[in-house]
Design a protein around this ligand. Structure first.
Ligand SMILES: [Zn+2]
Length: 503
């Protein structure tokens, strides 16, 4: 009898312990901090673990919770889509951000370009005419704002406009990004007419930054961008008194220098080592500022990446590994010639090849009296003969395509018929798109393979137990998890699931 009683006491106390890990209704953190590290492969966590200090990345690993197998569940794996999917819990099919650049019904569009708004903080039209106008669904921040009758403050900060604007959503109070020409953080009239005093004060400091003056517009190639982004995030934290109101606030910080450096110098070498170790120090500073202002245990952090990156193709070949270049410029030229010779198209019919997707000119095809399906079939016929492609799929027939279910699902998740083009290809493992813009020592990303699609996912802080899980989860699970913990509705096109933190 005693044994049975002891057993029940043990079970009950275990249940109480696990119940306590989850926030109860009425409980809420003071602040949510979302951190996205652009181009951070999951394996960088272990590669640099012994070199990291205790209070940056390692605070999240050693004290927080790591989902060790977080994958991106759509194609292509690029920056704007990654940021959007993490914060909306959904994929391009629903949120409509189908690339950094894509065609909307045949019109070449930059993801955040908005000619109806003006820059605020500089007169640089090219850098400042930006907003979330092309985003079709809500973000975590939008839901937080809705839930609190717009009392919660939501702010985005990054070097890249898209990495600041898309996380902050439609109703974010502000998104700030760097105008590298004027060396200032700016925003647009979508958010406000004038920068707040604290932002102007920080910009004054930035104008005197000698290191920034020296490197100028190339700042993205230096760890300095991480320092500046952190300074701006801390300035926003203090200036807006985030985490000090009645409602939960949200700060979305994205670090982009890691991507710029990766594109230039690849996944290996001094530049990449330096930028991650410097970023570790930036995170240490950010967490210290959060501890001081909001208090340890009062804020909830998640850290992830928008995508990873392949190893440099030459580095792979030098080490006898299968890899190479896929020259999309040449493919486009040859594809045009092939279609012209087969169908007699007098004018070009390919608008562009963006991120392994072929965008056809529907209007031009119709004007030439050609049938779209016939053009697609001929294009596919050519692409299937072209080297180093594993799969060539007509998007409209993807559901029936003879490719694995795993890949089919990722293609369809990424497909929005107004914005994603007509044909998607997958290159052989180790291969990547290479053009006149590519750095021979660098890398890129965009594919489904683990090097591009396996990203860190760490939670830390308010109510988060220490632990790790090896199970497969997805970038689209981040938003519903945060929303579940805040007891707020999920974003309005969310397809992910709220994750359990089991010890
Ligand atoms: Zn990139």
């Amino acid at each position: 009898m005693k044994k049975v009683l002891f057993f029940w006491v043990a079970v009950c106390s275990m249940l109480t312990a696990s119940a306590q890990q989850r926030p109860q209704f009425g409980e809420k953190p003071k602040l949510v901090v979302g951190i996205v590290v652009d181009q951070m492969r999951w394996d960088y966590l272990s590669r640099y673990y012994n070199k990291f200090g205790e209070d940056g990345f390692r605070r999240l690993i050693d004290q927080g919770y790591s989902f060790d197998n977080c994958l991106i569940n759509y194609l292509p794996t690029v920056t704007a889509i990654g940021h959007t999917s993490a914060y909306t819990g959904t994929t391009p099919a629903f949120h409509g951000i189908c690339g950094n650049n894509f065609f909307i019904d045949g019109k070449d569009t930059y993801c955040c370009s908005d000619k109806t708004v003006q820059p605020v903080g500089s007169d640089n039209q090219k850098a400042g005419c930006m907003s979330p106008v092309n985003l079709l669904s809500t973000t975590i921040g939008d839901q937080l704002r809705l839930h609190t009758d717009f009392k919660a403050k939501v702010i985005g900060v990054s070097y890249k406009d898209r990495a600041s604007i898309l996380p902050a959503g439609h109703s974010g109070n502000a998104a700030y990004w760097l105008d590298t020409k004027n060396r200032q953080f700016i925003t647009s009239t979508y958010y406000m007419q004038e920068l707040p005093q604290w932002a102007k004060a920080y910009n004054k400091q930035l104008a005197k930054n000698k290191e920034f003056e020296k490197v100028g517009k190339d700042v993205g190639l230096y760890p300095l961008t991480g320092h500046i982004t952190t300074d701006m995030a801390i300035a926003a934290l203090k200036g807006e008194r985030l985490g000090q109101g009645e409602e939960t606030d949200m700060l979305c910080v994205s670090y982009s220098q890691t991507d710029v450096i990766g594109h230039k110098w690849g996944t290996r070498g001094d530049h990449t080592d330096e930028v991650y170790l410097e970023l570790d120090k930036d995170l240490t500073r950010l967490f210290a500022a959060l501890d001081e202002q909001v208090g340890r245990g009062n804020y909830l952090v998640f850290l992830t990446a928008d995508h990873g990156a392949a190893h440099n193709n030459q580095f792979m070949q030098d080490n006898k590994l299968h890899a190479g270049k896929w020259a999309s410029d040449n493919v486009k030229k040859e594809l045009e010639q092939y279609i012209a010779s087969k169908l007699g198209a007098a004018k070009p019919v390919v608008l562009g090849i963006y991120d392994y997707r072929i965008f056809l000119d529907h209007q031009g095809i119709a004007e030439q009296g050609l049938e779209l399906q016939r053009v697609k079939d001929v294009a596919i016929e050519y692409l299937r003969q072209s080297p180093n492609l594993s799969f060539v799929v007509d998007y409209e027939k993807a559901a029936m395509a003879p490719v694995s279910q795993f890949l089919r699902e990722r293609m369809i998740n990424g497909y929005n018929f107004h914005r994603s083009g007509d044909i998607i290809v997958c290159v052989e493992p180790g291969y990547y798109e290479y053009g006149s813009w590519s750095s021979p020592t660098g890398t890129t990303h965009g594919e489904w393979n683990p090097y591009d699609a396996h990203i860190p996912l760490l939670f830390y802080g308010w109510k988060v137990p220490h632990g790790a899980s090896p199970r497969e989860v997805h970038i689209t699970d981040i938003a519903p998890t945060v929303c579940a913990w805040l007891h707020i509705q999920q974003p309005n096109a969310c397809i992910g699931e709220a994750l359990q933190f089991s010890k």
